[in-house]
Design a protein around this ligand. Structure first.
Ligand code: T1G
Length: 686
């Protein structure tokens, strides 16, 4: 880390160089305090430009220091030192001025930025609030309403928007340093603005805070930080600077040590580690400049849209002209929906749609770099597709199957150049869901696996390497979730109670609501295949419902009844009767929310531990990412593995032992017992 200072014609330039994102480490904070003293003592200096080397302005406090006790100089003091400097400082912003980075900029007399820069206070996304004056200076600079939006959402604004808010004094065209020096020269002769800490906050209209609280609470749901951030902005608007700073710091330190902050930090680093797995270090992926999707159904159309969103031209192949038209219509429906929701403009949607060519002719794929198969989940249908692809595609073209449940080794058998084949398991809707399970076969070449990860980065997805087993990582755990949910029904719980408990835990919806939404027939199809393999999937009630063709919302009834045109789930007497009959010989018990969550979540952790021990997943954090980005597990709980470690693996083992003794769960696996003894899952990682 370096902080260099050069002075010329009265303007000193302080350049921070602390790769990769100029995070505010203890050494950097110390160097900034020393720079203020040095330049205040230099009579030749009339103003200071603060700029960063590398790809971005200061991106915030160093998140890797969060788990340790804060070391002086503390950031609020650094910001106060800059604000109180005798020579005025100008923050020159490129890349992202985030968190503590923006707070340092707020200590400067002026802020300038290039148009491509963004500025924000993302702390709530880490389960904390700004801790160096962000919630106190911002309402003084841009007013309470804009400050509330910026602080409680955690979302950044671009330089133009920031200029409009008064957060940035000028947007620099051309070279940032030259523009900042010119700005400093011009400003040096002018009256220096009143320090933000001395300014008053403009009054708000009656009811503002009550309205803000309602809106923030609705969005934050069970995350604590957004409402605490709102309280800090309100305190800053209603009391003097010093009291507000004390309140902010107290809140920041309180949240910093919270479970939610620990969980969100865990996810932050897991998401950044996922696209660059250590086992692929130094391996160059193959170039992917063109792509094709075989199959224009829901998944194929979603994958085509995801590829187009990343700028790749796409050929959509279907079996005949009518199917091609349907496939293209499915892609168009995706873009029409995006335009309707304001996610893209009509012009962008049209351009993306124009980049999809539909055809029934595999011959068009002779020079395509990547081909993803997304046809019906039937082995013979898939193998026929790859037979054609083997014949027409370049030997180095990457061929991928999007299968959810079939064995990629079986699908790829007989493919020419099998080293270029792998599984790429997208999650529906494929243009929205971030998770991509990357499934190498026994013959996939390392550079082809690296190509899968590079594709994930290009598509803005979270890649997780998964070994071959039934359901890979996510769907294998899902089967346990569903089996446990049915076990609960047979021992006295109701679908509504189970769903309510899992929603209260933080899931977007419970296991039964989710099945009614997605359709019970899909899992029934998988259970049929499993039984043909000699397995005995546990779904006594779901099987009965499917026999009655109660597939969920799409048939007006599944686990719940639905009135025509109304998606609200109603408890079903039919289902209750089926449950009562299936539960006849079983012990019944009263279930509370905590008991339901344990009986569903801890068996999931047990199965995940087997997945880890079998090296189907390489790291526990990867399993957390699968559940968060593929199944809506709450980020602020960090994922099932982080949650279990936080709960204590010995306690997890004890609860599972009790449930197993009552026939309500499988006993803890040997791996889970070993991890409990070792105090964590890392003992099992591949
Ligand atoms: N601290 C430490 N390391 C960080 C970091 C940070 N704040 N931000 C990024 N990294 C690392 C990251 O782990 C990765 O490391 C590398 O930088 C590139 O990241 C007092 C308390 C800045 C928009 O929340 O949003 O300030 O894997 O892959 O896609 O009030 O990183 O290469 O070894 O994401 O170009 C507030 C979080 C902190 C910003 C760049 N700040 N970072 O995105 O690169 S709290 C944040 C980001 C705070 C104050 C409070 C993004 C980015 P490695 P990357 P990118």
């Amino acid at each position: 880390m370096t902080v260099s200072i050069i002075s010329e014609n009265g303007i000193a330039v302080v350049t921070i160089d602390n790769p990769p994102v100029n995070a505010l480490s203890q050494a950097l904070r110390q160097a900034l305090v020393e720079a203020v003293a040095k330049l205040d003592a230099d009579a030749a200096v009339k103003a200071v430009v603060l700029i960063c080397a590398g790809r971005t302005f200061i991106a915030g406090a160093d998140v890797s220091e969060f788990g340790k006790p804060p070391q002086p100089p503390h950031l609020p003091d650094v910001v106060a030192t800059i604000e109180g400097a005798r020579k005025p400082w100008v923050a020159a912003i490129h890349g992202s001025a985030l968190g503590g980075g923006l707070e340092v900029a707020l200590g400067c007399a002026w802020r300038v930025a290039v148009a491509s820069a963004s500025l924000g206070l993302p702390e709530v996304k880490l389960g904390i609030i700004p801790g160096a004056g962000g919630t106190v200076r911002l309402p003084r600079l841009i007013g309470p309403a804009a400050a509330v939006e910026l602080v409680t959402s955690g979302s950044p604004v671009d330089a133009k928007k920031a200029e409009g808010l008064g957060l940035v004094d000028a947007v620099i065209e051309g070279d940032l340093l030259a523009g900042a020096i010119a700005f400093a020269n011009g400003a040096a002769g002018k009256t220096r603005p009143e320090p933000i800490s001395s300014r008053a906050v403009v009054p708000v209209e009656a009811g503002f805070w009550e309205g803000a609280e309602k809106a923030v609470a609705a969005k934050a749901k069970r995350e604590a930080a957004p409402l605490r951030a709102l309280a800090s902005v309100r305190r800053a608007s209603e009391t003097d600077f010093a009291s507000a700073m004390a309140f902010e710091r107290e809140t920041f330190l309180d949240l910093r040590g919270s479970q939610q902050a620990s969980a969100l930090r865990h996810v932050f680093f897991a998401e950044r580690a996922a696209p660059r797995p250590p086992e692929l270090a130094g391996i160059t992926p193959r170039d992917v400049r063109s792509a094709a999707v075989i199959g224009g159904g829901t998944m194929g159309a979603g994958i085509a849209a995801a590829l187009r969103d990343a700028g790749l031209p796409v050929i959509l192949i279907e079996r005949d002209a009518a199917a091609v038209e349907r496939g293209l219509a499915n892609v168009k429906a995706i873009y029409d929906g995006s335009v309707k929701r304001g996610r893209v403009t009509q012009a962008i949607a049209d351009a993306r749609m124009a980049g999809v060519a539909g055809s029934g002719d595999y011959g068009l794929l002779a020079d395509t770099d990547l081909i993803i198969e997304a046809v019906f989940e039937d082995l013979s249908v898939k193998r026929a597709v790859f037979e054609k692809l083997s014949a027409v595609c370049r030997p180095d073209a990457v061929l991928a199957t999007n299968t959810s449940y079939l064995d990629p080794d079986a699908i790829g058998e007989g493919i020419a150049h099998p080293e270029r084949f792998l599984g790429l398991h997208f999650f529906s809707p494929a243009h929205i869901m971030k998770l991509l399970e990357i499934v190498p076969t026994g013959t996939t070449a390392p550079d082809v696996l690296a190509t899968g990860f590079a594709l994930a980065r290009l598509l803005g997805k979270i890649p997780v390497r998964a070994g071959i087993c039934d359901g890979f990582i996510g769907n294998r755990i899902l089967k346990v979730t569903r089996a446990q949910a049915e076990r609960l029904l047979l021992s006295g719980a109701t679908p509504a109670a189970v769903d309510a408990a899992m929603r209260a835990f933080g899931l977007p919806m419970g296991p039964f609501e989710a099945q009614d939404l997605g359709g019970l027939d899909i899992a029934a199809f998988q259970r049929k295949a499993a039984r043909e393999r000699g397995e005995t999937p546990f779904a006594p009630v779901a099987d009965r419902l499917c026999a009655l063709e109660r597939y969920g919302q799409k048939t007006g009834g599944g686990w719940y009844d639905y009135q025509p045109g109304d998606r609200a789930p109603k408890p079903s007497d039919t289902v209750a009767a089926i449950i009562a009959e299936a539960a006849e010989s079983r012990a019944q018990r009263a279930w509370d929310e905590a008991g339901i969550v344990d009986a569903i979540l801890l068996p999931m952790v047990n199965e995940a531990t087997c997945i880890l021990e079998e090296h189907v997943a390489l790291r526990a954090a990867d399993i957390d990412l699968v559940k968060i980005h593929g199944y809506g597990f709450p980020r602020w709980r960090g994922g099932p593995m982080h949650y279990a470690e936080g709960r204590g693996l010995s306690e997890v083992v004890a609860v599972l032992d009790r449930l197993a003794a009552d026939g309500l769960a499988e006993p803890p696996s040997d791996g889970l017992r070993r991890a409990a003894k070792a105090g964590g899952f890392s003992v099992l990682a591949g």
